[in-house]
Each structure stands twice: as C-alpha cells, then as structure tokens.
Design a protein around this ligand. Structure first.
Ligand SMILES: *Cc1c(COP(=O)(O)O)cnc(C)c1O
Length: 374
C-alpha cells in the first residue's frame, strides 16, 4: 500500500519545538511579548520594511489595514476574480463592495488594463494578490494607483520568497499582508503579518490592533476608538521565529520542488506552469499546472487520476464572482476558463524524490492516455 501524499504540510524541526516549548514554559508575565517582538523584527529584516505587526491571520491584517485606510460602506475595492475568499471577505466586513476583474492568462494575477477600466469615483483601494507565488505587475499597478490617488495593497500570503525587481513581495504597496496558516511557506499554525513603510498608517493599525488603545495613552483601559482583536500569541510567534531563522532554506526547497516538477513534465506538450518573468523571483508556493484546451485534459480527469494514486491535488481557485455570496461577472473570461483545466500539485518541503516522481508519473500517464484516445 503506497502512502498518501498530502498537498501541504508544515516543515517542523527541533528548533520550532524548542522555541515553542520555551514560550510555553517561560514566555509569560514580563516575557509574554518576547517572541512576538522578535518575530516582527526578523520579518522586517527579511522583507526590508520599516514596520510590522504580527496578527492572528492575514484576513485580520487585511481587515485592519483596509479599516485604517478608511474603506467603508458604499466604497469599492478592486481585486482579481481568481482568488481565495480571504482577500475579499474583509472588504465586505467594512460594508464595501469587492469589484472582481479578470486576470492575465500567464501570471493568473490582476490584469492592469481591467483594473483601469474598473475604476470609479467610489474606488477606495486596489488589492494585488500574488497568486501561488506569481507576481502581479506591480510597476503598472502602482502607476495606476498614483494616477488616481488610490492605494495599492499587496496580499502576499502566497508570496513568501517572491521578489519583484529587487523588492520582496509585500514591501511595495501601501501595505502588505501575510499569512502563516499551516499550508503556507512559513507557518505558525495560524497567524499573519501587517507590514508597511508608512509611519502614520503603522501607528493607526497598531492602535486598532490593540482594541483602539493608542501607544501614548497613559490611562489604563482607555481605548480612544473601537479597534480589533487580531493578535498572535507568544507561542505561535515562537514557532514563527524558528521558521524565519530557516526562511532561506524554506524558500529554496519550494523552488527546488518546482524545478523538479518542471523537469518532470518538460517533455509533455500543452502544459504551462507558474511563470518567472524577467527581473523577478517566484517563491512557488503552489506549483500549478494549466493544460491547454487542445490537450482535452480537465480538472475532473486530473482529480480522478491523482485520487486513484492517493495523491492530494487541489483545484485551481474558482472565480470568486461564481460563489454564492457574489454576483457572477461572466466577462472575466480568463478567470472562468482556467480552473476547468488546472490543478495545484503537492509542494511541502519534506516531499521525497520518490514522492515527486510519483506525482510526475500520474501526469505523464494521464497525458499519454488522453493523447492516445484522440
Ligand atoms: C491563505 C490566504 C489568505 C488567508 O490567510 P489567513 O491567515 O488564513 O487569514 C489570504 N489571502 C491569500 C491570497 C491567501 O492565500
């Protein structure tokens, strides 16, 4: 009986266990923020930003950041239709409307031309989500933002290790948000990070993150505004510190896994994978295969083939506008087309060479059987 291959699994070593144990044993009282502050420092250094606030999730980081930018009822926020709902949900929490636009066929990220067309007087922000590690066209999006006076936000939850013209994903826009959910490249179980280079925005979000209590407020239990409670715990941050000490290895293993899949399928025609455009580095959070229409291979073929070999393969994100809470936007052709012939491959750090070969063999035999039927 062959063992099951999961699509994600955290990379946990003795270091994570040691730090978490130390936090559980000693990280209380005066020391209850030690790992949290260290986690924020390490993350700032890694990313090259001035300010960071660790949170309980990326969703929470986005919610606070959007609130601090003044997004509210009646406002619109533009983002790609191809996305996980966590990028859109905080917009709705604030009473604003997510405006879903189409993606580029090669990066599967926001199409800047579609962003331009979607801007109205109500547009309050643009959220650039770096999908599966692939980078958005940040230069163009930042230009559009400047021309219209609209902040561009980066949801970099999937883009640890991705670099755009020398800058790490998440460090370019008005603010960046990260996730350390158990499926992400760096994990704390659950967790997130808000980052920015804007001192005022940082102070505002810091106050919001502490139930509205400003740093300089000397009165105890005296919130100056209604804030949020999206804090990370010291124990989670301890695991995060260990992960950040290993971040170069965590990123390079993701890149190795991608390369291995790339080589494995290179002889099969009609497959495209996550691109790495000139001047960029892709963190390859989720190696993804998109089959061309000509191959005739569908999501259902792929799911069945992987399932029969006890391998987890994930469906490509459905267009958010096709989900029950939203209105369909059928003109988003690319977003509606790609999921029907795409799949995410397993990509956790501890995958062995033979695991990788098993995954590649499924793709090879599926491609061979489909082309022999044609
Ligand atoms: C995982 C993910 C999130 C949500 O992160 P949480 O920490 O679970 O809130 C948000 N955006 C994107 C793009 C993600 O992949």
């Amino acid at each position: 009986m062959t063992s099951r291959i999961y699509y994600t699994k955290p990379s946990i070593t003795e270091k994570e266990i040691e730090y978490a144990t130390d936090a559980a044993r000693n990280g209380w009282g005066e020391r209850c923020y030690e790992y949290i502050h260290r986690f924020e420092e390490l993350f700032k250094q890694h990313l090259g930003v001035k300010y960071a606030i660790a949170t309980s999730s990326c969703t929470g980081a986005l919610h606070m950041g959007l609130a601090a930018l003044g997004v509210g009822p009646g406002d619109e926020v533009i983002l790609a239709d191809t996305n996980w709902i966590a990028s859109a949900a905080p917009i709705t929490y604030l009473g604003a409307k997510p405006v879903f636009v189409d993606i580029l066929p090669d990066t599967w990220c926001l199409d800047p031309q579609r962003v331009r067309e979607a801007i109205t007087p109500k547009t309050k922000a643009i959220i650039a989500v770096h999908l599966y590690g692939n980078l958005c066209e940040m230069d163009e999006l930042m230009t559009i933002g400047e021309q219209h006076g609209i902040p561009v936000i980066e949801d970099a939850a999937e883009a640890i290790g991705s670099v755009y013209h020398g800058k790490r994903a998440g460090s370019i826009g008005k603010f960046g948000a990260f996730s350390f959910h158990g499926t992400k490249t760096v994990t704390t179980g659950e967790g997130g990070m808000f980052v920015t280079n804007d001192a005022d925005l940082y102070e505002h979000v810091l106050t919001l993150s502490n139930h509205g209590r400003a740093r300089g407020q000397t009165k105890q239990f005296w919130p100056d505004m209604v804030g949020f409670k999206y804090k990370i715990s010291n124990i989670q941050a301890a695991i995060g510190c260990a992960q950040l000490e290993r971040i170069d290895d965590l990123i390079s293993r993701k890149r190795e896994i991608f390369r291995s899949y790339c080589e494995g399928v290179s002889s099969i025609s009609g497959i495209s994978m996550n691109p790495e455009l000139n001047g960029t580095q892709n963190g390859f959070w989720m190696p993804t295969l998109v089959f061309s229409q000509e191959t005739g291979i569908t999501r259902e073929n792929l799911q069945a083939a992987f399932r029969s070999e006890s391998i987890d393969a994930r469906v490509f994100f459905w267009p958010l506008s096709s989900l029950p809470p939203f209105e369909p936007v059928l003109k988003n052709r690319v977003s509606y087309d790609i999921p029907g012939r795409a799949v995410n491959l397993p990509s956790y750090h501890d995958l062995s060479e033979s695991d990788l070969r098993r995954v590649v063999n499924v793709i090879r035999s599926l491609s061979a059987s489909v082309s022999s039927n044609q």
